[in-house]
Design a protein around this ligand. Structure first.
Ligand code: EPZ
Length: 447
């Protein structure tokens, strides 16, 4: 459980970690390579560790040193990903494209739905079928093999019904080793898709147009080793920009790519905050005393990211006036509303619309995290609230934020992770503990 003492100003700077949604797919992409690869700037996350376990189960040698992974997929022994590992990580479905392209067959359990939506993989499957794969789904597992006993997939022209990030990434990886040219139309344009394309190109793949809605891949017989650095996490960066705004604190973010955050920065400015780029990889949040209400519609990149919807809702609960959020990417991504309402927010949900009537302040309360980005939203609300907020179910947070509470403590926030019960200890015990955390001295005096 996390305990947060609200209304503390933040100050200073924070370094943003590598992107979860790039690291996971690039790790799967190493299966395409018959040599070893080095991946740098890899965040420390539960999801990254789980992807590592899945690669190891497939026969990949993997070693971590700091934020660098040494991955050797030269001798992958089998093409079946184990259910007990896959069931814990949706992104593990990313191994299907590389395994099929490299080995000619793959068996991967269906990822199933999650807290935010049904999340089918029909676009992945249909695209692989268009490239000459025979795909059967039996007993919850996808069995895929290159049709007609051929060794390699065939290039194809594929139109995606919606610009799915995952389907674009799966098909782009599969096409790198296919015979001939593949054209992906209505492709996703997210920075993580571009990062994956750049990683594959660094291994010798021929890919054009990543970052646009049409990607062209000319297949090659094999890929070679590379040393690649993962892009910074734009969603972690966006979360810290909101942390500065909601606590009315001027803070700086290091190791960011500013134009990955254009939609988020535009909305912060519309609300009355400002964001300046102090250097090509640095952003500074300049707060305001009061924020204006604003409407948000989540969309595929370069639109407003759905992963920032929940964190932004926390800020909108404290703005002046009424805001409307429409969530167009996932059908069940409003579960944080009930918990924010427990903290005094005034929100009405109608199917994928949330109507937020700004309130002067939030009050600390015991709340429960329901998914990864909902966890961040509750932490942000807790930083701004009167009194103490306690957040349960932190396993969601650990999946996708690299030491969020340590970084917030580094900016002066008063929060700490405690085991078990939901009663608040004395503030001076917190003072002692927080200074212990920041000075590295052993933790004593905690209940
Ligand atoms: C990626 O998920 C991210 N996950 C998500 O981040 C992110 O929210 C999402 O892209 C959108 O930006 C990773 O990269 C690991 P989609 P993905 O395929 O690939 C439908 C986070 O918090 N769809 O673009 O699963 C789907 O149901 C996570 O870090 C199909 O219908 O997203 C959804 O409604 C959450 N059929 C929409 O498309 C398909 O075959 C967008 O999904 C595939 C998708």
């Amino acid at each position: 459980m996390l305990r947060i003492w609200g209304k503390q100003p933040l100050h200073g700077q924070v370094k943003i970690s590598g992107a979860k949604n790039s690291a996971l797919v690039v790790m799967a992409g190493t299966l395409l390579c018959s040599d070893d690869c080095l991946l740098r700037n890899v965040p420390s996350l539960v999801d990254v560790a789980r992807m590592g376990d899945i690669l190891s189960a497939l026969g990949v040698k993997i070693q971590r040193q700091g934020d660098t992974l040494a991955i050797d997929a030269s001798h992958i022994g089998q093409s079946e990903a184990p259910y007990e590992l896959v069931s814990q990580l949706r992104a593990s479905f990313f191994v299907i494209g590389p395994l099929l392209a490299r080995l000619g067959s793959a068996r991967v359990p269906l990822p199933g739905g999650c807290a935010i939506g049904a999340r089918p993989v029909d676009l992945h499957v249909r695209g692989l079928q268009a490239m000459g794969a025979d795909v059967q789904i039996e007993h919850g597992t996808v069995f895929a093999s290159v049709r007609g006993g051929k060794q390699r997939l065939q290039g194809a022209r594929i139109y995606l019904d919606c610009p799915s990030v995952g389907a674009t990434e799966t098909l782009m990886m599969a096409a790198t080793l296919a015979e001939g040219e593949t054209i992906l139309e209505n492709a996703a344009q997210e920075p993580e898709v571009v990062d994956l394309a750049n990683f594959c190109r660094a291994m010798g793949a021929q890919i054009r147009g990543a970052g646009t809605n049409t990607i062209v891949i000319s297949g090659v017989p094999r890929l070679h080793s590379t040393d690649y650095s993962i892009i910074p996490d734009r969603i972690e960066a966006g979360t810290f920009l909101v942390a500065g705004a909601i606590t009315h604190s001027e803070i700086s973010l290091l190791s960011v790519v500013p134009n990955h955050l254009n939609a988020v920065v535009a909305k912060l400015r519309a609300m009355g905050a400002d964001v300046v780029a102090d250097a090509p990889d640095q952003l500074r949040l300049i707060p305001n005393r009061q924020y204006r209400a604003t409407d948000i519609k989540t969309l595929p990149f370069p639109g407003f990211p759905t992963d920032m919807q929940a964190p932004f809702m926390s800020l909108l609960t404290l703005s002046e006036g009424n805001s409307v959020i429409s969530e167009t990417v996932f059908e069940n991504r409003m579960r944080h509303v009930a918990e924010l309402s427990r903290m005094g927010a005034d929100i009405t949900v109608k199917s994928n619309l949330a109507i937020i009537r700004g309130v002067p302040t939030l009050s600390g309360a015991p709340v429960v995290a329901t998914d990864l980005r909902a966890s961040a939203a509750l932490i942000l609300a807790g930083l701004a609230a009167d009194g103490v907020t306690t957040i349960q179910e932190l396993q969601h947070l650990d999946r996708g934020y690299d030491n969020l509470e340590g970084k917030l403590q580094g900016l002066g926030a008063k929060l700490m992770r405690v085991a078990g019960e939901a009663t608040a200890p004395e503030p001076n015990a917190v003072e002692a503990a927080v200074s212990a955390v920041t000075s590295g001295a052993p933790l004593t005096g905690l209940p």
